[in-house]
Design a protein around this ligand. Structure first.
Ligand code: C2O
Ligand code: CU
Ligand code: CU
Length: 501
């Protein structure tokens, strides 16, 4: 028998934060859990530690062992194809108060899109389409917004904090899809309420398709061999309701239960062969360290902004809040579990030997022209740090009335991102950037594609490059921020304008 035990305290070098009392409470809870676990085991404790040290500083995770089969069929969000009206791909979305059974037959109150129980439909966009999305706020007494994370759209359509939708109102976003095939996502983005609304369930995936050969070759039958995997950790109170808290500590709020598309301990039936997973870390703060329980390699084919130039074989993958990655797993040898360093099971893939997968992995996926290492029009640096009671960037907290950075239209820019302490992810609206350097070294091939979100931990300096040549935004700001939602909502966000003058 294999049993598991998780580390229960932060690594020795983790910096305790005097700003709040949260870490102390968390340690008390996890020590109690550890006592229960250890008391029930007595013998044969095998430590499950695929990675040296929990990236999240000790887990706070209820482990789901892969020694026993998963119990719940993975819920697959419905695919929402556009309705074509006068040549415009039209979508209707609503934000609704809802409820979802995560576990034990108890309905937990949620916020979800389009009267689903949790999350929302997966939107299918096609490159070159003119789209129009109506978003109606049916939440009884909460304003909201809806942002298309990773999308290159005009600022009026971006759905940032300035595009508030009050109860009963409808906001319409109209734009052309000008970017290549990718996995993006959408979620509320109202100042101070982003964490609470996303945690309550409001989020969904966006699949952008184009007519490149890779789209056709890779597994691409949605819900069959092309599976959305939305990773979110949650906590339930004694009554089974979602227990939301903002944690101003270094790492943000970690929650003990893993939900995948809203499903706990899930399995999914797949063909035997290649299966593509579209991974989204839609969590408040947790970083996932993913691998396969067989130890086999898998293939990363896409980063945040679309395909890598070539497929990259990996045995582990780190995915921070806000990030996406597309991976392809070979299931021809039988059942395989995607596992995480904190939770163990993420999802069990159950191949049907009678059904052969039809996808393949092309040698070349896309043309990703790399930025030259120098010759940028401008350089900036962004330090993500504690400011006042919360968090900030370059010593300042988010102020809706202040534009922090002004960028010349058409410019290429080199940005140096750093953080003296904690775990952060830097996200920029409207553009996709490339990582030039991580601690002075060029990125590995799996991190050399287009990104809109990058992990920046307290021991890293990450240099990225972007080109701002699609839209100017003289009327309102695009956001850049940490995608640990506790940090974003406590000030770690700023605004930029691209101006042609
Ligand atoms: Cu995922 Cu500013 O957003
Ligand atoms: Cu975004
Ligand atoms: Cu942060």
């Amino acid at each position: 028998m294999t049993t598991t035990e998780r580390p229960t305290s932060p690594p020795a070098d983790a910096k305790g934060s005097p700003r709040t009392g949260r870490r102390i409470r968390r340690l008390a809870v996890s020590a109690a859990l550890a006592a229960v676990v250890i008391g029930g085991l007595a013998a044969a404790v095998v430590v499950f530690q695929p990675f040296d040290e929990g990236f999240n500083g000790g887990g706070f995770a209820n482990v789901v062992s892969t020694e026993t089969p998963a119990v719940n069929p993975l819920e697959i969000p419905e695919l929402l194809e556009p309705t074509m009206i006068d040549g415009v791909a039209t979508y209707q979305l609503s934000l609704d108060a809802s409820s979802h059974v995560f576990r034990d037959g108890v309905a937990s109150e949620t916020i979800a899109y389009n009267q689903t129980s949790v999350l929302g439909p997966t939107l299918l966009w096609r490159t070159g389409d003119q789209v129009s999305l109506d978003v109606t706020n049916n939440l009884p007494e909460e304003a909201t917004t809806t942002h298309w994370h990773g999308a290159d759209v005009p600022v009026e359509a971006d759905g940032g904090p300035g595009s508030r939708i009050d109860t009963g109102d409808t906001w319409t976003a109209s734009f052309e899809v000008i970017q290549p095939a990718a996995t993006l996502w959408y979620h509320p983005h109202l100042k101070d309420l982003t964490a609470a609304q996303v945690y309550a369930g409001a989020a969904g995936l966006i699949i952008v398709e184009d007519d490149t050969a890779a789209v056709d070759a890779l597994p691409h039958t949605y819900g069959v061999d092309d599976i959305p995997i939305i990773l979110q950790d949650r906590e339930f109170d004694a009554a089974g309701q979602l227990d939301f808290e903002l944690d101003l500590d270094d790492n943000g709020d970690l929650n003990p239960e893993l939900t995948v598309n809203g499903t706990m301990n899930p399995y999914v039936d797949v063909p035997a062969g290649l299966v593509r997973l579209r991974l989204l870390n839609g969590s408040q703060a947790r970083v996932y360290q993913l691998s396969l329980d067989t130890g086999a390699a898998f293939t990363k084919v896409a980063s945040d902004g679309g395909f890598l130039s070539r497929p990259v074989e990996l045995t582990e993958l780190l995915i921070g809040p806000g990030d996406r990655a597309e991976i392809v797993i070979d299931t021809s040898d039988g059942v395989v579990n995607l596992i995480d360093a904190d939770f163990e099971r993420v999802v069990e893939l159950r191949p049907d030997p009678a059904e052969a997968g039809t996808g393949r992995i092309p040698d070349a996926l896309a043309v990703v022209p790399r930025f030259a290492p120098d010759g940028f029009d401008n350089e900036r640096s962004f330090v993500m740090e504690a400011v006042g009671e919360g968090w900030g960037i370059n010593g300042q907290q988010m102020d809706p009335a202040r534009i922090d950075e002004t960028i010349q239209f058409g410019a290429t820019e080199r940005w140096t991102l750093s953080a003296p302490e904690g775990i952060h992810t830097f996200h920029v609206h409207q553009t996709q950037f490339q990582i030039l350097e991580i601690n002075g070294a060029p990125p590995p091939p799996e991190d050399a594609g287009w990104e809109d979100t990058v992990l920046v931990t307290g021991d890293q300096t990450v240099v990225v490059a972007a080109r701002f040549d699609t839209y100017t935004n003289p009327t309102m700001g695009y956001m850049f921020h940490c995608h640990i939602l506790d940090h974003e909502d406590s000030g770690m966000m700023g605004q930029f304008q691209v101006l042609d003058e």
